[in-house]
Design a protein around this ligand. Structure first.
Ligand SMILES: NC(=O)CCC(=O)C(=O)O
Length: 261
């Protein structure tokens, strides 16, 4: 399973320019190589322009869904569509869409844990739906959004539901870079699954973002890591047999005693 991750610098408050950037990146990436899955960052259409989201957020994915499904079908590629500000049910949600090679939306997720350090809870609604796993090319996977990474129960639940790859789409600030790196590695090791993350770079409103998008294997090795500053594409192959081998060698899941904790 070949990945290409877009560690993107987002243009604040400008969905059409960001869509143009993503379209050009997909066209370039799919011409240069043939990845199976593309990954975008959190809130990639607007950035964290929270006070402008009443105006900038889209309605029920009406801009992002046709945009992503057209690209997925045209290039026969799966897309983990980062997340976007999305109006529905009378609120604004931080929503992610996953699209398969046929151009079908196969999973939607609304970020459950809103990040107080960026005031997200003052402007957005937290997701109310239970997170679940989805399948791309026959592989079970999960998806969380940025601050969700701090809640190990969520990733564990996805692992228990069969996920072998966990995607983390993010706008994680440089100020907490140490946590970004350590928590991803912890989630990979404790759940014995691949962690594939896409974080943005650049600055908005005096916040600098950490980049360092990663692919970590179920043993905790970093297979690829982006720089902490530059817009770039991170690529690597994820070979799923390793998750099964690590789960056999260190049988954490069969050693659990959940009734005692
Ligand atoms: N966009 C986010 O959720 C940022 C999370 C963060 O800054 C942190 O957990 O620290």
């Amino acid at each position: 399973m070949n990945y290409a991750i877009y560690q993107m610098d987002i243009i604040a408050g400008n969905p059409s320019e960001n869509r143009k950037k993503v379209k050009e990146w997909v066209e370039k990436t799919m011409t240069a190589s043939s990845p199976d899955i593309l990954v975008l960052p959190e809130m990639w259409t607007t950035g964290y322009t929270l006070s402008a989201l009443e105006e900038l957020a889209e309605n029920e994915g009406q801009d992002t869904v046709p945009f992503l499904t057209e690209l997925a079908e045209r290039f026969n590629v799966n897309i983990i569509g980062g997340s976007v500000a999305n109006k529905k049910n009378g609120g604004i949600f931080n929503s992610s869409f996953v699209v398969n090679r046929m151009g079908e939306v196969i999973y939607e997720y609304d970020k459950i844990h809103l990040v107080p350090m960026l005031d997200e809870h003052l402007y957005l609604e937290g997701g109310k739906k239970k997170a679940s796993v989805f399948e791309l090319d026959g592989i079970k996977m999960g998806l969380i959004i940025c601050y969700d990474l701090r809640f190990p129960e969520l990733s564990r639940e996805l692992a228990l539901k069969g996920a072998e790859v966990l995607h983390v789409v993010a706008e994680w600030p440089s100020a907490r870079r140490v946590h970004w790196c350590a928590l991803q590695k912890a989630r990979a090791i404790e759940n014995q699954m691949f962690v594939v993350s896409c974080n943005r770079v650049g600055c908005y409103d005096n916040v600098e973002f950490a980049g360092m998008s990663m692919i970590i294997d179920p043993w905790g090795n970093e297979l690829s890591i982006g720089s902490d500053q530059n817009e770039e594409t991170i690529v690597n192959n994820v070979s799923l047999e390793l998750a099964a081998k690590v789960r056999k060698d260190v049988p954490v899941f069969s050693s659990r005693v959940p009734e005692l904790y």
